[in-house]
Design a protein around this ligand. Structure first.
Ligand code: PLP
Length: 419
């Protein structure tokens, strides 16, 4: 029986879900919560101080991202930015047409916004992706109709890390004078991204994926892009988004973006080394393991594998007992037992999609974390396969494997296997 290693520190491998606040970001946040509590809309000293701090943060973010300050709108997070971009664009331009295009692997903030619009009478085309999770620009071209008003394709996928050819997709939309939105929540702080170089009209960002606070986001809206407001209320954010601005979180978000961009390439290369070690080594030490997502066009921090014959949730639980925080590709966020729509969209059979694991690296992860994980993972997988009736059928030659064996050991039942 394997025993979880005792006394080992926790290893956090779920940075795509969220990140811990960077100490320097925390210092800005705490100071602002204490000292910068004024309402930026108030006409007295405290309000002016808060308003100035917020506009300075907006300017600093704009400078870092290479855009104009007036193109930055603060929201409550990535989900609101996606909802606003999609519903706002659709409702502003529905006189021209009611057709929208997206991909089948978007985050639910996009997919469910699209579904909500379908209920309002809009028509949505969901582009398929290839086995690596890439959208083919020619598919986009072919899907465009005279009544198409918006295309929304994510920059990088949150589950499998695949990075889309955004510039090419945006160019096609420009040629057809169609608005282009991209959810870049996973990409900000991970890759050197500048919205104005990409040719996008709308782009969504979130604070908590890059060591900033939760509950703060940005919608980048290129100058001249018109969309309807989503949150009705006061005159904040140039009358486009009602609600008293979260000034401390905005200031902290600015700091988080500056910190991320201060060593973006170095840190990216460091994480790519860790990522590629995991991608190289895991199939050597675990049998029937398959990498999901594009082998190279992927986020520096994303590793996603399917392990046949076992369930993602049980892998997570046992890894948790061993000290690791990871995520399952079959995440049942909706409390249903359906595997991830992303893994199904790249063509994985249900059985394979169910046994998936996402490891998302971050700034605090080291070579030592990867060493330890590579030692523990085969024990965890073997322990679960030992209990798996499917694996039993496989070793008794009753079923064929869907993922080839390649590396790792085929479990031998007789004589014990020491776990
Ligand atoms: N879009 C993507 C690609 C994401 O990964 C996430 C968060 O998981 C979101 C949108 C939602 O962002 P938030 O948690 O800030 O609402």
């Amino acid at each position: 029986m394997i025993k979880p290693e005792e006394g080992n520190k926790r290893v956090y491998f779920d940075h795509a879900a969220t990140t811990a606040i960077h100490p320097e970001v925390m210092a800005v946040l705490v100071d602002a919560l204490e000292n910068n509590y004024g309402n930026p809309s108030s006409f007295y000293k405290e309000g002016n101080i808060a308003g100035r701090a917020m506009e300075q943060a907006r300017t600093r973010i704009a400078e870092t991202l290479g855009v104009k300050a007036e193109e930055i709108y603060f929201t409550s997070g990535g989900t609101e930015s996606d909802n606003w971009a999609i519903k706002g664009a659709a409702r502003m331009h529905n006189k021209k047409g009611k057709h929208l295009i997206t991909s089948s692997i978007e985050h639910h903030a996009v997919l469910h916004s699209m579904e909500a619009l379908e209920k309002e009478g809009y028509e949505v085309t969901y582009l398929e992706v290839d086995a690596d999770g890439l959208v083919d620009p020619e598919d986009l071209r072919a899907a465009i109709r005279p009544d198409t008003i918006l295309v929304s394709i994510m920059y990088a996928n949150n589950e499998i890390g695949t990075i889309q050819p955004i510039e090419e997709l945006a160019k096609i939309c420009q040629e057809h004078k169609i608005l282009f939105h991209s959810d870049a929540v996973q990409a900000l702080g991970a890759v050197p991204l500048r919205p104005s170089d990409l040719g996008v009209d709308l782009m969504s960002f979130s604070g908590h994926k890059l060591y900033g606070p939760k509950g703060i986001g940005i919608l980048y809206k290129r100058r001249g892009t018109r969309i309807a407001p989503l949150v009705d209320g006061g005159a904040q954010e140039r009358k486009q988004r009602g609600g008293t601005e979260n000034v401390p979180a905005i200031m902290a978000f600015a700091k988080a973006i500056e910190l991320a961009y201060s060593d973006l390439e170095e840190e990216g290369e460091r994480q790519i080394k860790l990522r590629d070690r995991l991608i190289r080594e895991i199939p050597k030490i675990v049998s029937h393991a398959k990498l999901n997502g594009h082998p190279t066009r992927r986020l520096p921090n994303n590793v996603n594998f399917s392990f046949e014959f076992i369930e993602g949730e049980s892998i997570l639980l046992l890894l948790d007992a061993f000290g690791y925080a990871c995520s399952s590709g079959s995440a049942c966020t909706s409390a249903s037992l359906d595997p991830s729509h992303v893994l199904l969209a790249i063509g994985l059979p249900h059985e394979v999609a169910h046994g998936s694991l996402r490891i998302s690296l971050g700034r605090e992860n080291t070579d030592a974390d990867v060493d330890r994980f590579l030692e523990d993972l085969p024990k965890v997988i073997q322990r679960l396969r030992d209990m798996s009736p499917l694996y039993d059928d496989y070793i008794n030659d009753k079923i064929e494997a869907l993922i080839p064996q390649e590396g790792g050991n085929r479990l031998v039942r007789e004589g014990g296997y020491g776990l």
